[in-house]
Design a protein around this ligand. Structure first.
Ligand code: FE2
Ligand code: FE2
Length: 285
């Protein structure tokens, strides 16, 4: 039994309705009045809905081949959690669109076409990409929760609740797609291992390029693509306590043959963050 199975046996993956997210009264620069960081999180947020619909389709493609009853149950919760996420981030995307950032809608339509094609024609690769992206997301969530003083506290309350809730749920279900991949594709095979590694290499390039492009477009559209804003932002990303610098060592673990998402055991952190979310006014946590 994998480590995740014993974790989930004690704690089923809960399905909650999301907290109420941003609305027209939310400030444009909702992260500490900082355009660079607000648009960084806006760029990531805008990538979630099409990505999450893709993850759901990719995992569902294999749901009939899963024999483990507990894993089938986890897949149901995974689908429901991701469906709540894309609903909330769709609403945030609509708000960004109303603020004039319609370029994101065009990018999302383009992304949806490619992702739909992949789940239809390359289901094994789609699942491998899902597993890789879920790891990137889980490591990102872990960093955001570990340094909530740097990455969550500066947000306005409605955004803080949204991002904390999403980070918590990404952690709760971080091994589901991986376990499906292990049971249905990898099963100790070299071909399955290399497909997963190849998918991660592609995801790392694609994810960061796409995030960088979206982030730049938002800053340009907002006339915030200035040397001062970029310099301050780069320090937050790559400086001593930078988000990306802290984030990358865990990413590489994925390439190990014996990798499992719960080797990064952050259950205690998760409990602390659930408590923080309740204290912050989200009763469903
Ligand atoms: Fe999600
Ligand atoms: Fe996820």
């Amino acid at each position: 039994m994998s480590q995740t199975s014993s974790y989930v046996a004690d704690r089923p993956i809960p399905v909650r309705k999301g907290p109420s997210g941003p609305d027209a009264n939310t400030p444009r620069y909702w992260f500490d009045n900082d355009p660079f960081m607000s648009h960084f999180f806006n760029a990531i947020s805008s990538m979630f809905p099409e990505g999450e619909r893709f993850f759901i389709r990719s995992v569902r493609n294999f749901s009939d081949s899963i024999s483990d009853a507990q894993l089938r149950e986890q897949v149901r919760s995974f689908v429901q959690q991701e469906a709540q996420h894309f609903k909330e981030h769709d609403e945030h995307a609509a708000l960004l669109s109303a603020q004039g950032f319609r370029v994101l809608d065009r990018l999302n339509r383009f992304a949806a076409t490619g992702l739909n094609w992949t789940t239809k024609h390359l289901p094994r690769y789609a699942l491998a990409s899902t597993v890789a992206t879920e790891h990137v997301t889980a490591v990102f969530a872990d960093q955001v929760m570990q340094r909530s003083d740097l990455w969550l506290e500066p947000m306005v309350p409605e955004m803080r609740r949204l991002w904390r809730w999403h980070a918590i749920e990404e952690t709760e279900h971080k091994a589901v797609a991986f376990d499906v991949y292990q049971e249905c594709i990898e099963q100790g095979s070299q071909s399955g291992l290399w497909l997963r590694r190849f998918a991660m290499a592609q995801v790392l390039m694609g994810f960061f390029l796409e995030a960088f492009m979206r982030h730049s477009l938002l800053l340009i559209k907002d006339r915030q693509f200035s040397p001062r804003v970029l310099w301050n932002g780069m320090r937050q990303m790559w400086g001593r306590q930078g988000l990306i610098r802290a984030f990358h060592p865990e990413i590489w673990q994925f390439f190990r043959a014996d990798f499992h998402p719960w080797q990064l055991d952050n259950v205690e952190l998760l409990d602390g963050e659930l408590e923080a979310l309740r204290t912050d006014g989200f009763a469903a946590a």
